[in-house]
Write a protein that binds this ligand. Structure first.
Ligand code: NAI
Length: 321
């Protein structure tokens, strides 16, 4: 049988280093959360300057929170002092950590290399997590040797030596504000690793929810018909987007499907939808709509381009909804 090394996640946070790989939108938010929870954090990126920019960005965010009275000046200073940065594309140079959270581009081959390099030099007790929103944990570890996973992700790859230490920690954007973390189990993930990861997420003030590694996990699967059906209704002229949003919002959803996809980015949302659709063997329940494809083709990506379903002014306020 396989023996598992266990984890060191639940020790005093000051003694449990968290390495965050990828200092983009998600990585910087995750690094902030970990540093605020008291961990020394190493922010790693392959692009020169990216990790330092992320650290500056976190410092600016904390300064804003201090000005608003939500974080004390001491706490902000201590948090920033826990953050260090490293520019490298070679994960074997990442210092030993109790937890590594990978948040690089959503490409299976890039992630596969990163996890194999981490495994070479990190201690056997280190937990290796991915923030992937659409890729299979088993395809990353190499446990996926049959079925859809293997076919979709280019066949059999050399399996990792310690897949028991690998899991998904799927944060939502922006990580400091969103409480949900989907804790995703792969075929080989050690149950003790899942337990400790859930306990750690609770310590970080998060709401961990366990799920298996299936396309879209929980939220990105359940939400597909929410977006898709609303888009089809708008395309059929049953009601306009502003009316559909008003109806759903008034029915108790936090945001309507159109304002929400404008916030996420129509391109980002379409990519997630296409991934779920392909991974389910093109199940029509998840089929991307012509409506959304047309938006993306027209460059109407949402708030970030000032025009998606709705138009936005400089301050990000919808001007025609
Ligand atoms: P991003 O594009 O903002 O940042 C990715 C960062 O990774 C960049 O700074 C890039 O330089 C760096 N990078 C790329 N290859 C690297 C390598 N080999 N080694 C080290 N660094 C590397 O991406 P974002 O949006 O932060 O997404 C990261 C991950 O999080 C993806 O897997 C994505 O699916 C997932 N995710 C994204 C969400 C979102 O709303 N943006 C929500 C939840 C998960």
């Amino acid at each position: 049988g396989t023996t598992h090394a266990g984890t060191t996640l639940l020790g005093d946070p000051g003694g449990v280093t968290v390495a965050v790989i990828g200092a983009g939108a998600m990585g910087r938010g995750i690094a902030q959360v970990a540093a605020q929870a008291g961990h020394p954090v190493v922010l790693v990126d392959s692009q020169a300057g990216a990790a330092d920019r992320a650290r500056d960005d976190i410092a600016a965010t904390l300064a804003t929170l201090t000005a608003k009275g939500r974080v004390t000046a001491d706490e902000a200073e201590a948090t920033v002092s826990r953050l260090s940065t490293l520019t490298t594309a070679d994960m074997r140079t990442v210092p030993p950590a109790g937890l590594v959270i990978e948040a690089v581009v959503e490409h299976i081959d890039v992630k596969r290399v990163i996890f194999r390099q981490l495994e070479e030099t990190q201690p056997p007790t280190t937990v290796l997590a991915t923030n992937t929103s659409s890729l299979s944990i088993d395809a990353i570890t190499g446990e996926a040797t049959t079925g859809h996973d293997a076919a979709l992700h280019g066949g059999v790859s050399p399996a990792m030596a310690r897949p028991g230490q690998v899991l998904g920690l799927h944060f939502f954007n922006p990580p400091p504000r969103m409480r949900l973390v989907e804790v995703v189990t792969g075929r080989a993930t050690d149950p003790a690793v899942l337990d400790d990861a859930c306990a750690l997420m609770r310590r970080w003030g998060k709401t961990p929810v366990r799920c298996t590694s299936t396309p879209g996990f929980i939220v990105n699967r359940v939400a597909r018909p929410y977006y898709g059906e609303a888009q089809r209704m708008a395309a059929e002229g049953i009601a306009d987007p502003a009316t559909l949003d008003l109806a759903l919002r008034s029915a108790g959803f936090r945001m309507g499907p159109f304002e929400l996809t404008d916030l996420i980015g129509q391109d980002v949302n379409l990519a997630v939808g296409e991934s779920v659709w392909h991974q389910t063997g093109e199940d029509p329940r998840y089929a991307p709509t012509a409506y959304q494809r047309d938006l993306v083709r027209a460059g109407r990506l949402g708030r970030k381009t000032g025009h998606g379903v709705f138009r936005y002014d400089e301050s990000g306020t919808a001007v025609d909804a």
